[in-house]
Design a protein around this ligand. Structure first.
Ligand SMILES: *[C@@H]1O[C@H](CO)[C@@H](O)[C@H](O)[C@H]1NC(C)=O
Ligand SMILES: *[C@@H]1O[C@H](CO)[C@@H](O)[C@H](O)[C@H]1NC(C)=O
Ligand SMILES: *[C@@H]1O[C@H](CO)[C@@H](O)[C@H](O)[C@H]1NC(C)=O
Ligand SMILES: *[C@@H]1O[C@H](CO)[C@@H](O)[C@H](O)[C@H]1NC(C)=O
Length: 143
């Protein structure tokens, strides 16, 4: 786990994460952060970001279709500082000016062959708040 944390690259408030396991990123309140997950779909499809907070509360954050459609935001996220985008290889979720309530486990799902398949997960910790530890996602059927 430690070497995963050390593999994070911090560039002026932007954080890039690579790989397919659960990574942890830690930021200070007020910073911007960009989470990313690998695009595991071979074709354009419904792509979603999800979040679990307090270990038990999952919610949908945002969705887009393929790599260049406009993202739509789920209830509670549309008026916040969230931005979903993609460069085809990776799907990004930028959160501007994070606050403590943004902490949680973020992961994205791709609707592939009738199932929502989860790509990698990223745990976002906000300094000053204890993060969620060791949550394992087996499968989610949000559809
Ligand atoms: C998570 O737990 C904290 C502390 O109990 C609480 O203040 C917060 O509202 C909870 N968040 C959600 C989304 O339920
Ligand atoms: C969202 O991110 C994309 C890609 O980085 C960028 O082109 C776009 O301007 C951003 N939108 C907002 C509202 O920040
Ligand atoms: C997509 O973004 C990743 C992470 O920022 C970067 O490493 C990669 O080169 C980008 N790919 C393209 C095609 O721009
Ligand atoms: C994922 O990659 C496939 C194949 O290149 C592409 O068609 C699709 O639009 C990409 N999806 C996203 C969300 O970038």
């Amino acid at each position: 786990m430690l070497n995963l944390i050390f593999s994070l690259l911090f560039v002026s408030g932007w954080i890039f994460v690579s790989g397919s396991e659960v990574h942890t990123v830690t930021v200070q309140p007020g910073e911007d952060v960009t989470l990313q997950c690998s695009n595991i779909s071979a074709y354009p499809t419904q792509t979603d970001w999800f979040r679990v907070v307090n270990k038990t509360k999952p919610s949908c954050v945002s969705s887009m279709y393929g790599s260049d459609s406009e993202a739509s935001f789920c209830h509670g996220f549309g008026n916040r500082n969230f931005n979903m985008s993609s460069n085809v290889s990776f799907v990004f979720l930028q959160i501007k000016r994070v606050d403590l309530s943004d902490a949680g486990l973020y992961f994205c799902g791709f609707y592939i062959s009738g199932h929502t398949v989860i790509s990698n997960a990223v745990e976002l910790r906000i300094q000053g708040k204890i993060g969620v530890n060791d949550i394992f996602i087996c499968s989610y059927a949000f559809v």
